[in-house]
Structures are given as C-alpha cells and as structure tokens.
Design a protein around this ligand. Structure first.
Ligand code: TPP
Ligand code: SF4
Ligand code: MG
Length: 391
C-alpha cells in the first residue's frame, strides 16, 4: 500500500499528514480560527511541517480481510458472494483494517462482521444505524459500514435507517434484500411481494411491499445504488463507489436465500434473462437495455414507458441517466421501475450527490462551543442547577 493512498484516506476524514503519522486517535481538525485570529495570522504563527518520510506499509489482499471464524451461512446462500466482493474490494481503498468497522443488527446477513478481519459490532435488531451514528460522530476517522437485512433494516429498524440516511453521516449501508426473514426460518418481510405465502402469511401477504431504494431516495440519500449477488463484478464496482462516496451511501443487494425464498430474484440474476429484465445505469447515457440493446425507457409526460428502438425511435428519444441531479425525482422514478409492471429493474448508481456530512457539522459546532465556553465539565453539569437527593 503506498503512503499516498493511505494519506488520501486521512485527508478524506479531515486529518492532515501530521495527524495521520500519529496513532489515529487524533480529533478532527477544526477549521475556524479563534475569534480575533485571522486564518493568515494562524498560518504565520506555525511553520510549515516537514514533509513526512514515505512509510512502507503492507499491501493487503482479500485474504487479509478474512477472519478466523467459521462461516455459518447455508451452502449456496447469496451472502457468500457479497462477503467475497467486499473482501476483494477493500484492499484497493488503502484504508488500514484497524480503521474499518462493520456494524450489523440481527439476521443471517447480520453475521457479516464476524467474518471480516476488521473491527465489528453485531448489535441489536434494527439498531445498527444508531450504533453507526454514534461511532461516526465520535470517531470520524473510521470507515463505518452498516450491514442489514430487509427485516432488520425495514421492519424493526426502519426508523433508525431513515434517520441515519437523512443525516448524511459518512457511512455505508448495505441492505441484503432476500425478501424474507432468513434467520428465523422464513416469515414474510417488508419486501416480500403481495400474495407471498409463508408461515406468517399462510393465505398470502396482503401488505404492500416496501422498496428500499424508494425509501432511501425519499429520505434524500446522497448515494443510492443497487446490485445483485450473482453479478459479482458489478457488485464489487458498486461497493467501491459506495466506499468512495462522502456521505451516507445506501446500497441494496438482491440476495438469494436458497433455503427459505429460493429464486426470488431469478428474473434479474438468470444469465438468459437478466439483460431483458435489468438495465445497467451509466451516468450521462440513455436508458437502453435488452439482449441486443434494442429497447429503451422513454418519458411520456411524467410516466416512463418501454419503447423499441428503430422505426423512428432512437436513443435521442430516451431518458438520459443523471446520477448527479440535485433534484431526486428522476432517481425516485427509476426506483419505481419494477419487473412485475413490465419494466427492467435498474442496477448501478441511481444517485450520487454532495451534501454536508453530519459529523463534520457536529465537530464545527462542538469546536465553536468550546471556544465560546471552554472545555465542558460533565460532573459540574450534572451537579448544577436544582438537584435533589432521593432518600
Ligand atoms: C427484538 C427482536 N425481535 C425479533 C427478533 C427475531 N428476529 C431475528 S432476525 C429477524 C429477521 C431477520 O430478517 P432479515 O433482516 O431480513 O435478515 P436475514 O436473516 O433474512 O438475512 C427477526 C425477526 C429478534 N432477534 N429480536
Ligand atoms: S437461511 Fe437463507 S439467508 Fe440465511 S444463511 Fe440460509 S440461505 Fe442464507
Ligand atoms: Mg431477509
């Protein structure tokens, strides 16, 4: 791993070269100079630091990210592919393992942190986003991943997920969507389709399903993407884009639970049919799909429609993908394209925009309060004002 790649990580988290040479516990550098001191004066007072000598660090491989734990997922589970792509992608980021944390809730997918040779927290059902929020606010120098399932993230944890997304902390959330509760042996989940028969919906589900990306975009997530467990190169690329994004990155992965909901995504994962039933998003390119790339998506007023290319219809008539559009409506429209309605389902990056990160805003406020009022004293605060002693 070259020093410059590692340095780019520290820069990203707001720490300069001087701090990166220390133990990594340094607080975030705070931008504003004290009242009365201009930026120029502060710069004059401190001599420029000597450039640090290059440090030789080990080049990590995928195997370095594998823990010593036995993987307990069922043979054939889609979770294996997601784990493999995560381990394959992480070394290329140049972030040291001790600066990476995987936080999960409860579910088969949530066993993920055990299998990564990084820090990890197997937390409480649905609460991984809350743990991640606290950790990232306290330690912005860490790269934080949330691993969740459709049950964990959208049933019990829906509230927590929504608030993490709207705050735009610099975290990455990967939702393994198998449209079922896997760990508890096959109850229907918030993403199960209408009519799905399970032990808890013996006559067929009558709840209208949630669509994770529509929720994320509704919360104005700054990065939203989708991939498929069997589409491994694509999945690796999407995970890398999520990692590189500054802000909350929300990724849905279509994941097969071959024991309790086998083939739920077959239309999108099957080699023979996937080019007809999915559409790969590319920024700046028209929405073309199909085995011979002979079809596309066009807007008719506010309604999307599938059109055949040729006979007077060309790519110039199609909707052009703009992942950087500040207005989320088009990304939302893409999130509503569904196989059961006769549309190909988009995969790739739906939205990638820049917006202030919660932890940076928080650090700025804390610094400003410190400059105004000095270091706080928690004990003094507890004992201030009116206090009572309960006998
Ligand atoms: C407070 C609480 N309620 C319910 C459960 C039972 N429970 C464990 S995992 C789970 C659902 C997991 O589904 P999902 O998040 O989709 O994960 P998967 O197993 O499919 O990967 C439930 C309901 C629990 N462990 N704790
Ligand atoms: S129950 Fe389903 S999701 Fe859980 S490990 Fe087995 S195949 Fe995977
Ligand atoms: Mg599930």
């Amino acid at each position: 791993m070259s020093y410059s790649r590692l340095e780019s990580w520290w820069r990203r988290v707001g720490l300069g070269r001087e701090e990166s040479a220390s133990n990594g516990d340094a607080p975030v550098a705070l931008a504003e100079p004290p009242p009365g001191e201009g930026a120029g004066q502060a710069a004059e007072a401190r001599p420029a630091p000597e450039p640090a000598a290059p440090v030789e660090l080990p080049v990590l491989k995928a195997a370095d990210f594998a823990s010593d734990q036995d993987v307990r997922w069922c043979p054939g589970c889609g979770d294996y592919a997601i784990l493999a792509q995560m381990k394959k992608m992480l070394p290329s980021l140049g972030v040291p393992r001790e600066n990476i944390v995987f936080i999960s809730g409860i579910g088969c997918s949530s066993r993920f942190p055990y299998y990564m040779n990084t820090y990890g927290i197997h937390s409480i059902h649905g609460r991984a986003p809350a743990f991640a929020t606290g950790l990232k606010a306290a330690r912005p120098d860490l790269m934080v991943w949330v691993i969740t399932g459709d049950g964990d993230g959208l049933s019990i944890g829906g509230n927590h997920l929504m608030h993490a997304i709207r705050r735009n902390l610099d975290i990455n959330i990967v939702l393994f969507n198998n449209r079922i509760y896997g760990l508890t042996k096959g109850q229907y989940s918030p993403t199960s389709p209408l009519g799905k028969k399970t032990k808890t919906s013996p006559m067929g589900a009558i709840d209208n399903p949630l669509h994770p990306l529509s929720i994320a975009i509704g919360c104005e997530a700054t990065f939203v993407a989708r991939s498929i467990d069997t589409h491994i190169k694509h999945l690796e690329g999407v995970l890398r884009r999520a990692a590189e994004h500054r802000g909350t990155a929300f990724v849905e992965v279509y994941q097969n639970c071959n024991v309790f909901n086998d083939l739920a995504w077959q239309y999108a994962s099957d080699r023979q049919t996937k080019s007809e039933h999915t559409i790969e998003l590319e920024h700046g390119a028209p929405l073309v799909f199909g085995r011979d790339r002979q079809k596309g998506i066009r807007l008719s007023g506010l309604e999307p429609e599938v059109v055949a290319l040729g006979n007077g219809t060309s790519e110039a008539d199609l909707l052009v993908h703009d992942e950087r559009a500040p207005e989320p409506s088009l990304a939302y429209l893409l999130s509503r394209l569904r196989y059961e309605d006769g549309f190909p389902e988009p995969i790739g990056v739906f939205r990638a925009i820049d917006a202030p990160r919660y932890e940076e805003e928080l650090a700025t406020q804390v610094d400003s309060a410190r400059r105004r009022s000095g270091e706080g004293d928690l004990n003094a605060l507890f004992n201030s004002g009116e206090t009572w002693t309960v006998p």
